[in-house]
Write a protein that binds this ligand. Structure first.
Ligand SMILES: Cc1cc2nc3c(=O)[nH]c(=O)nc-3n(C[C@H](O)[C@H](O)[C@H](O)COP(=O)(O)OP(=O)(O)OC[C@H]3O[C@@H](n4cnc5c(N)ncnc54)[C@H](O)[C@@H]3O)c2cc1C
Length: 398
């Protein structure tokens, strides 16, 4: 019954170095070849160079992914006279799956619409859950220790990555249906957030490079980590745009293997503010509150509490199923003229053209089961230097 209600809701809601050091003198390369396979709205003009210089780093952050081998915990627990709806543990996919997981959590609420709800947590999951519950007719208050821009969600990469460290291959079959519903609903919801003031969500063009022929499972087998399913390929290929291999003549880069594809991107500063605004406009309030143990849920006036505490749930509930997966990113001064991103996993470097700063991510072995939140500045400097080398490989055609 609950599942039917969830599915109906889901469907009803719709679903530089030649360039380094040349920051002031470099001009866009005149790339005369059309890059786009027929009919695709891809980057076809010159590629503006990314000024990949360490002294253009404006912030460096570490975030901890709340990974659970069996997938996120979305379930009801009765605790005295309180009903707890848990909605946490979304690994590297919390932004991407947020609307779907919000719908799923809301579908578990059996209380009538007059019942005031508490949502604990003001990250990607808490905010979207609170808004979804408001739209379902509930009066919602968010309680949280931190709010954007100081929640872990604010330090994410900010791309559509619905199957990034969301479940292990061992548990993939059991979680597949839930994942697909969450991913499809979220994907469609994100399309309704395009074209808004401040550009909270947008599509960008990505170039994925490799030193060896692409291995379709490559991104899902990370040294030192369990294998993960490639859900997107198996379950979403009808929904999302295709990836195209570029021939040497088509590729703007000198890397041996290059793929091009459109990617949905979240400009997290603007998007978080958008979500906060929507929640407030819906009559919601955000209250500062820090919980130190599960007993603190008893202090709430609300009888129904949705627990969206992300990695915080590990300490709050003594939940050892949450495995920390560390991730460090840095931002370069924004460049509005840069309309593409790069993923070069063989070189542990990727960059995304976010409006709130060019987001550079360094892949590091030893991130899995690593709770350390200390920043290693050299890691990001190295990633930017790697990016500078990639920028040097932009072909200079005239
Ligand atoms: C480097 C990196 C890159 C990522 N990139 C992406 C990406 O591109 N796309 C994507 O979809 N996902 C990405 N993720 C994953 C995503 O960031 C997480 O899945 C997501 O942030 C989880 O959101 P959340 O709301 O559950 O948790 P949080 O953002 O951690 O929010 C938890 C909330 O609960 C509150 N809270 C916690 N404990 C308590 C307590 N005891 N008392 C009171 N309040 C409490 C916090 O203050 C906060 O408000 C990335 C993660 C990392 C680390």
């Amino acid at each position: 019954m609950q599942r039917r209600r969830f599915l109906q809701g889901a469907l009803g809601g719709g679903i530089a170095s030649s360039l380094i050091g040349c920051a002031k003198t470099s001009k866009p390369v005149n790339h005369s070849l059309p890059l786009s396979p027929a009919g695709l709205p891809m980057q076809t003009g010159p590629l503006a160079p990314i000024n990949a210089q360490p002294d253009r780093i404006i912030s460096t952050n570490v975030c901890t992914r709340p990974f659970r081998a069996q997938g996120p915990r979305i379930e009801v627990e009765k605790s005295g006279n309180k009903t707890l709806i848990h909605n946490y543990g979304h690994g590297g996919s919390g932004w991407s799956l947020s609307w779907g997981t919000a719908a799923l959590a809301e579908s578990l609420i059996t209380a009538d619409k007059q019942t005031p709800l508490a949502v604990v947590g003001c990250g990607a999951v808490g905010l979207t859950t609170a808004i979804h519950c408001q739209r379902a007719g509930y009066k919602v208050t968010i309680y949280a220790k931190e709010r954007p821009p100081y929640v872990r969600s604010s330090y994410a990469t900010g791309i559509w990555s619905p199957d990034s460290r969301i479940v292990t291959l061992d548990h993939a079959r059991a979680f597949a249906d839930r994942w697909q519903w969450m991913a499809r609903l979220s994907y469609l919801r994100f399309q309704t957030l395009l074209g808004l003031a401040g550009t909270p969500v947008e599509w960008t063009t990505m170039f994925r490079m490799a030193d060896k022929p692409f291995d379709d499972h490559g991104g899902h087998n990370i040294p030192g980590e369990p294998p993960y399913p490639d859900y997107s390929k198996a379950l979403l290929s009808d929904l999302t745009p295709k990836e195209y291999d570029l021939s040497a003549g088509q590729s703007p880069f000198n890397a041996p293997y290059v793929r091009q594809f459109p990617l949905l991107m979240f400009n997290i500063s603007a998007y978080s503010q958008h979500l906060l605004d929507v929640f407030h406009r819906g009559g919601g309030k955000v209250v500062d509150r820090s919980l130190s143990s599960v007993d603190d849920f008893k202090q709430f006036g609300e009888s129904v509490i949705v627990n969206c505490t992300g990695y915080g749930a590990k300490a709050l509930l003594n939940d050892d199923s949450i495995i920390p997966v560390r991730g460090q990113t840095c931002k370069l001064i924004p460049q509005d003229e840069v309309k593409y991103g790069i993923q070069y996993f063989d070189q542990h470097t990727s960059v995304y053209p976010r409006r709130d700063g060019l987001l550079v991510q360094a892949g590091a072995e030893g991130d899995f089961n690593n709770p350390l939140a200390n920043i290693d500045p050299q890691e990001s400097v190295h990633a930017v230097e790697q990016l500078a080398k990639i920028m040097q490989s932009i072909k200079t055609r005239t």
